[in-house]
Design a protein around this ligand. Structure first.
Ligand code: AMP
Length: 292
């Protein structure tokens, strides 16, 4: 495994692999502080691709003023040890100056999808995400890039970006990995003390309760949202930022749930830590092939 810090070196290594060795390249973009969620992406990349590149970069442009950019957990030594165990070929770990050199002034904005849910709470967040993903995809030019459904809106923004700007990369979205308590695994869970860890399970519990009401026939978005709200409000350490029920592809808000895949997304503070989670209410089941 090689750790690469320079954009130029990363793109020349990747170019060589594609051209001379005709091997497929998979990219897993991360901000480091790696956990089981990230590792599920790495495992799938390892399974699907000949060469696996994991990027580790805490991207300043996707953090708003007053957010946790400075305090975000960073431990490249530990991350490197983990990725060695997973047979990753390259870690791309550039500095901020390498990614955004002096004079940098081009940003990518995915309109519409970027403005709702997380975008409304964190203005400019998806502009930062779309910009850094554009740089990463152009540097590595992977055949496949792997992202988690944990960040459902980010997955939509990236799919749109890749389609609109004609990137030659297939985007693979993988399911949310959870703790035994149901808490979605996140690097930000490191901010939680033991009491807060226990309280944070309320977020998933709220989603499960709404989903079970949906299964029992509830189709009103506002009533389902109320279930999420009241469950989260029952936990003294938790404060709801938003609950949204929206078309899982366009993020248009829905009043009633119909046949369309529907995203139930939540952001909540546990103490000072802001966490997100989501579920798809009505996953469309793939039809069984007819017996021959
Ligand atoms: P991050 O380092 O938080 O930017 O995450 C890097 C990638 O890992 C993103 O595509 C996330 O959606 C994904 N990811 C983070 N947590 C999880 C999780 N619990 N399950 C699945 N994917 C995750």
């Amino acid at each position: 495994m090689e750790i690469i810090n320079r954009r130029q070196r990363m793109s020349s290594v990747a170019r060589k692999i594609r051209r001379e060795q005709d091997r497929t390249v998979g990219l897993v973009p991360t901000m480091g502080a790696l956990h089981e969620g990230h590792l599920s992406l790495v495992r799938e990349a390892r399974r699907m691709c000949d060469v696996v590149v994991v990027s580790v970069f805490v991207n300043p442009t996707q953090f708003g003023p007053g957010e946790d950019f400075e305090h975000y957990p960073r431990d490249l030594t530990k991350d490197t040890a983990l990725l060695t165990d997973y047979n990753v070929d390259y870690i791309f770990a550039p500095t901020v100056e390498e990614m955004y050199p002096k004079g940098f002034s081009t940003y990518v904005n995915v309109e519409g999808l970027s403005e709702q849910l997380e975008g409304a709470s964190r203005p400019g967040h998806f502009r930062g995400v779309a910009t850094v993903v554009t740089i990463l995809l152009n540097t590595v030019r992977p055949d496949f890039a792997f992202f988690g459904q944990k960040d459902a809106q980010q997955a939509l923004v990236i799919r749109r970006l890749v389609k609109d700007l004609a990137f030659d990369t297939e985007i693979v979205i993988l399911p949310i990995v959870r703790e035994d308590t149901g808490l979605a695994i996140s690097s930000r869970n490191l901010y939680l003390n033991a009491d807060e860890q226990a309280s944070a399970a309320v977020i998933h519990r709220a989603l499960v309760q709404a989903k079970s009401a949906y299964k029992d026939g509830e189709r009103s978005a506002s009533r389902l949202a109320d279930i999420v709200r009241s469950t989260i409000e029952s936990e003294p350490r938790a404060r709801l930022d938003y609950v949204a029920i929206a078309d899982a592809e366009t993020l248009d808000p829905l009043e009633r749930i119909d046949e369309r895949p529907t995203l139930l997304a939540v952001a909540a503070y546990i103490g000072k830590t802001r966490l997100i989670d989501n579920t798809i209410l009505n996953k469309v089941k793939k039809k069984e092939p007819a017996p021959q």
